[in-house]
Write a protein that binds this ligand. Sequence first.
Ligand code: ADP
Ligand code: MG
Length: 609
Amino acid sequence: MTRLRALPRAHLIAGICLLALVLYPVINPWNPYPQGVLLLGFLLAIQASSWNIISGYGGYTSLGHSMFLGLGSYTAGILALRWGVNPLWVAPLGGVTALVIAVVIGSVVLRTRGHAFVIITIAMLLAAQILAANFKSLTQGSDGITLQLPFWGRDFQNIPFYYAFLGLLVLTVLFSAWLRRTKFGAGLVAIREDEGKAASIGVNTTRFKIVAYAASAFMIGTAGGVYAYYLTFINPVGSFAILGSVTIVLATLTGGRGTLYGPVIGAFIVNLVSEESTVYGGGSQSRVLIFGVALMLVVLFLPRGILPTAEAWWRKHHPVEVEYTDQAGALSGGPLTTYERTREPAAEDRPLLEVRGVSKRFGGLTAVDNADLVVQPGTITALIGPNGSGKTTLFNLITGGMTADSGEIWFDGKRIDGMRPWNRGHLGLGRTYQVTRLFKDMTVQQNVVAPLPDSRWRTMFAGAVHGHEAARARDLLDIVGLGRMADQPAGALSYGQQKLVELAQVLMLQPRLILLDEPAGGVNPSLLGRLTEVIRELNRSGVTFLIVEHNIPLVLELCDPVVVFSRGAAIAEGPPERIQQDPIVLDAYLGDDWRPAESATPASGKVVQ
Ligand code: ADP
Ligand code: MG
């Protein structure tokens, strides 16, 4: 949680505010009005903090989140009437209803990526309103449900609600803080930054998104039960209001999406504005207008929200001493012998990877054309060929970023072409990207610990950066020579260093096979030696490699066998000595002027494009 560290004493300030809020009704018990304003602020803060889990951490914007408040209200209201109990006692069941509905909706919508989710959330809110209006036997239609008045005296009317909402708010913030510190929270941020990459390092993105959506619904549903009792009346239009959803979004954006305290701060501000506009502006009509304008102003002038903007200001005026190492400094890495392998070695008697007749078309272009490829365990296999010959596309098909039109892919004796990317990762298939895809908002170390080795719930809710694993991440960073950069933001590293961090990241998966897409591309020659050394050392400790690379001397020195790709299929395969003299290869890729003797060292080698 680098954000919190940047604003020191954030928890302390929050604690003092909480204490003041706890004491306030004790000091001033006789005036219910400010209590009423504050408790609505708590309610909005509960909703904004919860919304922040799916839409702030996870980056999936829900525009119908007030639906869960309505679902909670109706659940508690209906049960209270039927069972003749106080709605407060059944309020948690409102949370359960919200959670179940979120899981159902999420399971349908969140399987895919992108904007469908936003639209569906609004549609669901409106559908809930229509259902509540028409399902009269259960909801009493648009007449609404009237509940009994609170059993306590009118003089103290607001105080129990005040504490109930404040309690729920504290629970929500603690829940959100805990989630953010788990692998689950880190995975949500990874999904927000780069969903495809997250999936390739073992994050079960579908499950993460559904759980986040459900987690963001539960507290709101519970609060909805309490709210029903506070209002003593619920009806479809009031309970499933689009304005409620907009207010949640506005509050979180104002305070700072994706931060812990931002949604709470935003909620207090928005609630105050809302209250003032009701008092002085003539009711809810003006509120719509004011909120619309406010949303526009926030998006235009405070795109990151108050808290992140304040943090940026703080950092600017209280700069932390950062120690940057140059690339040469990175070469003084630790010994290479620390790579620890816990996965069983792959079977020796069969290919580790087998691609059989795989094709992939993009419209009229056949990028991969009935390709076959075999990678034997223990090898460093090269895949070379001209730009556009389909090498990266083949990598995408193997790791699951894209699905093949036809053909089969087998890994370690299992057919994997139908598997989701994270399942392939869990089998021990790792990759790096031609253009590195680190999570730029995370530190180097957070990047390295982001991969998930399996799908277990226990792994998912373990600490994001915990003891043994944090130490292992440091070891891996030492292996690639970047241990000193562990706490730097990943975006601050040079391109070559980012490539090495991506390698360390994929090593966290304990892969059997690593696919490297142009690992030397854009890497400073001084880092290249390190890279070669690391690949060799890892190979000796049992990791198999498939490497796409244009630096031919490096390929010839490091790899055996070499596979040559042209127009979407392999045209030659064999040991490096034979490949560099193969007339077909010279013709299709290396060119007639290619002479291996031209360059002796890989670092100064000829790069064929
Ligand atoms: P290589 O990695 O060998 O340079 P690629 O696999 O990146 O080649 O690309 C192979 C061909 O497929 C190129 O012509 C490229 O333009 C095309 N291609 C790759 N990805 C896509 C995509 N997502 N959509 C459309 N065309 C693509
Ligand atoms: Mg490529």
